[in-house]
Each structure stands twice: as structure tokens, then as C-alpha cells.
Ligand binder design. Structure first.
Ligand SMILES: [Zn+2]
Length: 241
């Protein structure tokens, strides 16, 4: 997480005299790093509303097989000198959920935290606060998804999560009390309902547990949205906005 800008003159601030080959390499490197970008420019959203529009438009491109972000050659040298992502995402760790692909955004645009069940743990909240307070993200997206194993486990073991291995009970408990206990396990849509609930409740939790996030929202500098990605269609449906 480095947002510092490297000076283009760093090479020449050394006290020792660089050899001619080193100077040539440095000049070539600087030329490449600061050469005009000939790829189509993607203007970064500058407001929370524009940020929401950008991720939803990206999802529409992804769903329609018209993704563009990953066909553009990335200017890695320029990206390595700093980051200014316009949105932060807290997503499930599920291997089928990839915000950069689902929202069709190039490297450097999304600040992503992954936790099973997209639960806003303390570490996740701290990471999102870094995105908001230091990197200036305009949007936080809570990204749930269909067929979520973590939410499914919360429903299945809602009476007793202690049967789950390792540290999982502590994580799954955070889904059980607000959402798994709110659905009828015999309901065919129980998983769907609990998943939507879990994503929406995460927004409530972020506002409740983080003054950094709450104050940024109050100032109009930040929006929080939550949604669920259908793994089959790719469609990201908002459940809280
Ligand atoms: Zn999941």
C-alpha cells in the first residue's frame, strides 16, 4: 500500500557518479515511464455518484461480454509510483469473485479486501479506512455473491457454530446473528435472502464501527453500497445504496 510518488530524479541524486551505461538505462527507463499513454484514457470518477456509475457500467460490460479494462496495456511503471483507486471493495474470498473482472476495472482502480463471507472484520475495516482516509476512495462496495459457502455454513450451523474447524466459528458467528437466524432454513430462498441480508448489514456495520467512514459519508466524500453478484450471469444486483 504505497501512495508515495517516486522522484524521477532519484537516479541522479546519488553522491557517487553513475557510469555511462547506468545513465543510459536510467534515461530509457524515465522515457518509458513518462511517455504519453497512447491507450484509451479512463477518466477516474471524481465523485461518489460517478464512482457508483463506473462500477455498475463496468458490470454491464462484463455481463455483456464487452469488457475493455483488461485488454488495455497497463502502464506498470507509472502505476508502480503510486495509487489512487476510486473505489474500495470488501468481497468474499471465494475464487469465483473477482471485482476487477466483475466491474471491468484496470489495475490501480479498486482497493480490494477479501474475507470469507465479506464480513467486515476489524482488519478489513482498518484496510477500508486506509482506502478512504489516505487514498481518497469515493466509494465502498460490499460484494456478496450467490452460492456463498460462508453464508451457507452460517445457516446450516446457526444453532452451534462450534462444530466448525479452527477459527471459523468466530467469523461465521458474525453472519449468524444478524442474518442466518433471520431466515427460515426450510425456505428455498433462505441462502439468497441471508446473502442479501449479510451484504446489507455489512454497510450498517461499517457505518457503526468506523468514524472515519461515517464522517466521510457525512461530508459527502464517500458512498457505501452493497450488492450480490450472481455467479451464473455475472450480474451485480444492489441490495443497499
Ligand atoms: Zn462467499
Amino acid at each position: 500500500m504505497n501512495n508515495r510518488k517516486a522522484s524521477p530524479f532519484t537516479y541522479f541524486s546519488r553522491t557517487d557518479s553513475p557510469s555511462m551505461p547506468l545513465i543510459l538505462v536510467a534515461l530509457v527507463t524515465l522515457t518509458l515511464a513518462f511517455a504519453p499513454n497512447e491507450t484509451p484514457s479512463k477518466d477516474a470518477p471524481s465523485t461518489p455518484d460517478e464512482a457508483v456509475a463506473a462500477v455498475m457500467a463496468g458490470n454491464a460490460r462484463f455481463v455483456n461480454g464487452q469488457s475493455t479494462a483488461h485488454t488495455i496495456e497497463t502502464d506498470r511503471a507509472q502505476l508502480a509510483s503510486g495509487q489512487a483507486p476510486f473505489a474500495a471493495v470488501i468481497r468474499c474470498a471465494d475464487s469465483r469473485v473477482a471485482p476487477e473482472i466483475c466491474f471491468d476495472q484496470p489495475l490501480g482502480q479498486l482497493f480490494v479486501c477479501a474475507v470469507a463471507g465479506n464480513v467486515p472484520t476489524l482488519e478489513g475495516i482498518a484496510s477500508l479506512e486506509y482506502g478512504v482516509a489516505v487514498l481518497g476512495t469515493k466509494l465502498i462496495v460490499v460484494m456478496g455473491h450467490s452460492e456463498c459457502g460462508a453464508v451457507g455454513a452460517a445457516i446450516e450451523h446457526r444453532e452451534d457454530t462450534s462444530v466448525l474447524p479452527g477459527s471459523l466459528p468466530g467469523l461465521i458467528d458474525q453472519i449468524v446473528s444478524p442474518c442466518a437466524l433471520a431466515v427460515d432454513p426450510s425456505d428455498a430462498d433462505a441462502l439468497k435472502k441471508a446473502t442479501a441480508c449479510n451484504a446489507a448489514k455489512s454497510v450498517t456495520q461499517l457505518l457503526k464501527r468506523s468514524n472515519v467512514i461515517k464522517e466521510a459519508v457525512a461530508k459527502g466524500d464517500l458512498r457505501l453500497i452493497a450488492g450480490v453478484q450472481d455467479l451464473g450471469t455475472g450480474v451485480f444486483t444492489l441490495v443497499k445504496k
